[in-house]
Design a protein around this ligand. Structure first.
Ligand code: UD1
Length: 380
């Protein structure tokens, strides 16, 4: 089987997006369609809603009557379902994969380690195995800054040592980075990009798609948004005695649309359209490019803004966005949290030609537009 390539025009390239109905996935599908790609979304809807894809069609002008409507296809299946994956690869001429599908709740992963390892690690193995049988060896993996653990210094560069994750969710991200890198070591036709996300928030400016957590949110932004809309009484601030300017935890919040565009930039890089491809850190590997110029190897990139914001900064930015006071109360520190992390973004800027555009006020304004017009998420 001839190995598929990304070195051709986006209009002739089909990208499989696993987990494409989810928060980051749906925003990435919009940016892929805007860039001209054809997209197949595979999602088991275990933590997402198919309505997100109807909204994506609305944003991108792909209504059922549109001649281009087939540029976005949906397959409802789990990455563990080998038969369904086989059928999908046989039916669609897939060239590359952006792999988001996975369970992502830190606390739940401690309670359900078997489910997390089975779904996230096992599912990725099944996916990679079926993909290579169909000649598909280009994959962008949705990794996380969680692989750095408690960093020795900030801003965190891709050179930073990875530290042991404190929960099974984080372990699966670290393990999958290793596994996907080893695929390239064993077969130099693989083209792997590991994107380490900092804290994605915000929503598409249309207010049509956004984050729709099931139950009470674990992460700060959706929690603040639900307090603002009146669904929850107050925000618990987990600790105000960290060694940070105001004592609360500092993170690098990044607009989900910027993050989504980082994936389009990663595809350009894999196709050899941007960057030098030189490895600059111990986790990246540079291979001989293919005859058509597409890269082979492993590329590792942080996707963040490079700016740290505290929990109180976020609450105040959200107050400006929604025009209301957000009640909060200081609570004890949350187990496993670190004081401060934010990204060094030079590598993504120089290699991918990508840089975040939106600031915290814009992230909160977009998040508020989504939350206030869809108070019950896609269910409403
Ligand atoms: C968390 C996960 C991380 C995962 C990321 C994306 C942990 C320890 N880390 O990152 O592995 O990749 O989500 O899903 O869970 N905070 C409050 N009150 C809240 C919620 C959060 O004060 O109700 C604070 C936290 O202490 C932290 C900051 O807000 O300082 C951000 O928290 P969160 O949104 O959960 O993200 P991370 O913990 O950075």
């Amino acid at each position: 089987m001839q190995t598929k390539t990304l070195a051709k025009p986006p209009a002739e390239t089909t990208i499989l997006v696993t987990g494409g109905a989810g928060f980051i996935g749906s925003h990435t599908v919009v940016e892929l369609l805007n860039a001209g790609y054809r997209v197949v979304v595979l999602d088991d809807l275990s933590n997402s809603n198919e309505e997100s894809l109807n909204r994506v069609r609305q944003i991108c002008g792909l209504s059922a009557e549109d001649s281009e409507a087939d540029r976005l296809q949906f397959v409802e299946a789990s990455i563990l379902d080998e038969t369904a994956l086989e059928r999908m690869f046989a039916q669609h001429d897939i060239d590359g994969i952006i792999h988001f599908a996975g369970f992502k709740a830190v606390g739940e992963s401690v309670e359900k380690p078997l489910e997390y390892y089975w779904n996230n690690v096992g599912g990725t193995l099944v996916l990679a195995d079926v993909a290579r049988r169909h000649g598909v060896k280009s994959i962008v993996f949705s990794s996380s800054a969680t692989v750095y653990g408690d960093p020795d210094e900030v801003p965190i560069t891709e050179m930073a040592e990875k530290h042991e994750a404190t929960n099974p969710y984080g372990q699966t991200k670290s393990m999958l980075e290793r596994i996907l890198s080893d695929l390239y070591v064993g077969d130099p036709e693989w083209n792997v990009v590991l994107l380490r996300y900092f804290n994605p928030i915000g929503a598409h400016e249309s207010g049509l798609i956004g984050e729709d957590p099931k139950g009470i949110p674990n992460n700060l932004l959706p929690y603040v948004a639900q307090v603002a809309v009146g669904k929850l009484p107050e925000v618990g601030v987990f600790g105000d005695d960290y060694p940070t300017p105001d004592g609360t935890g500092v993170r690098d919040y990044i607009h989900v649309v910027d993050l989504a565009r980082g994936h389009v930039a990663a595809l350009d890089w894999m196709a050899g359209r941007v960057g030098t491809g030189e490895a600059s850190d111990p986790y990246s590997m540079t291979g001989e490019p293919a005859a058509d110029g597409s890269r082979r190897g492993v590329g590792v990139f942080n996707l963040g803004t490079g700016c740290g914001s505290s929990v109180l900064d976020v609450i105040h930015a959200f107050e400006r966005a929604c025009g209301k006071t957000i009640p909060y109360a200081v609570k004890p520190r949350r187990a496993g949290d670190i004081a401060e992390n934010y990204a060094a973004c030079d590598k993504a800027r120089t290699e991918l030609g990508w840089e975040a555009q939106f600031d915290l006020d814009r992230m909160c304004a977009d998040s508020w537009r989504w939350q206030s017009t869809n108070p019950n998420g896609y269910a409403s």
